[in-house]
Every structure is written in C-alpha cells, then in structure tokens.
Unconditional design. Structure first.
Length: 192
C-alpha cells in the first residue's frame, strides 16, 4: 500500500487504470510521515525500556522499501524530549513561523528567477546544470554516495536538497557545508 506513494512522489501525478480507460490526476504533494524506531517505540531511549532485539527493530524498519525511502528527501531521527525541557521550550519560543515563512519565500523566488521552476521540479539534466556544488562539496557528496550505497535517484535528490539549503543561505553555489547538511538528512536508514 505504501509503495503506491512512489508514483506521485516522483512525478506529481497519479495514473488510475480501469478496464476501459486510463487517466492521470494531479497529485503533487508534500509528504510528511513519522514512524517509531522499533515495534515498542522506545529504541534508543536512555531509560533502556526497549526490549526489542536488533533483528526485530531492523525488520520493523525494513517495512519501508529502499525505493520508497529514496523518494523521501529529508529523514531525521527525533529523540523524545524530557518533560523539563518541553516546559522550558514552551516559555522560550524560538524563531517565529512568520519569519521562517518569509525566508522560504525568498529562497523559492530565487529558484524561480534562476530556472523558472522550483528545485523539486528539476529534471536530472537540469539538476546537473543548476545544482552543481563547488569542488569540496562535490567530493563530499561522492564520498557519501559511495559510503551509503546511494542509488542515482538518492544522489540527485540529495543534490537538490543541498541546492535548496544554499538558496536558503543566499549562496550562489552549493558549498561543502550545504552538502554536508543534505547528507545528514539522508542518514537515518543508511547506518544499518
Ligand atoms: Zn523497542
């Protein structure tokens, strides 16, 4: 069932086929999903409450196929916050959503001005032209791709994320720091 998400995540459209007809529907979406790290949900918690075997945890994570994970650009682990920290954060809020939205709007305008579309919509060839990092960034990306066994799709998606991080920073070319951040967003499922 999850695997049916692959088509809209890749093409922004979904094809419905019946005996007599076939039609495409627009399905561009922003997928936000969450999962537990293991069947009981406590894996990695300092309390040591998780009793799952490493095999059980690995089997649980394998429910997400490589091809589906390839299409999810940002994958991060979020540890549970201790209650005392939740309380202190509530009283000292960080940057406002409005300020972040303004920064995102500027980065988006930068993409449209440069290439007439967002980074997400770039084809493979356009990605090569527009997202090319500097020499240090390129070396870093190649090394990460080899170490984590990335597919071509994962490689290009990381490249687009690095380009987007550079756009948010106002940099004309993705640099090593932008590439390193993009690599970090694709590591959770790479280390097993
Ligand atoms: Zn567990």
């Amino acid at each position: 069932m999850l695997e049916t998400l692959r088509e809209p995540l890749e093409t922004g459209a979904i094809t419905i086929s019946r005996a007599a007809w076939q039609t495409d529907f627009p399905a561009a979406c922003q997928l936000v999903a969450a999962m537990n790290p293991c069947p009981c949900g406590w894996r990695g918690d300092p309390s040591g409450r998780c009793r799952c075997t490493p095999e059980a945890a690995a089997r649980y994570r394998r429910k997400l196929s490589g091809p589906l994970l390839d299409r999810i650009d940002i994958q991060i682990e979020i540890p549970a916050l201790p209650p005392v920290e939740i309380a202190s954060r509530a009283s000292a809020p960080g940057e406002s959503s409005a300020a972040i939205a303004a920064r995102v709007a500027v980065a988006r305008e930068r993409q449209i001005a440069r290439q007439g579309k967002t980074n997400r919509e770039l084809s493979g060839r356009e990605t090569d032209e527009v997202c090319h990092p500097d020499a240090a960034g390129e070396a870093l990306l190649r090394e990460a791709g080899e170490r984590f066994g990335w597919s071509a799709r994962a490689y290009y998606r990381a490249l687009k994320v690095a380009r987007t991080i550079a756009d948010l920073a106002g940099a004309s070319t993705p640099e090593a720091a932008h590439v390193a951040e993009a690599v970090q967003y694709r590591r959770v499922f790479s280390d097993q």
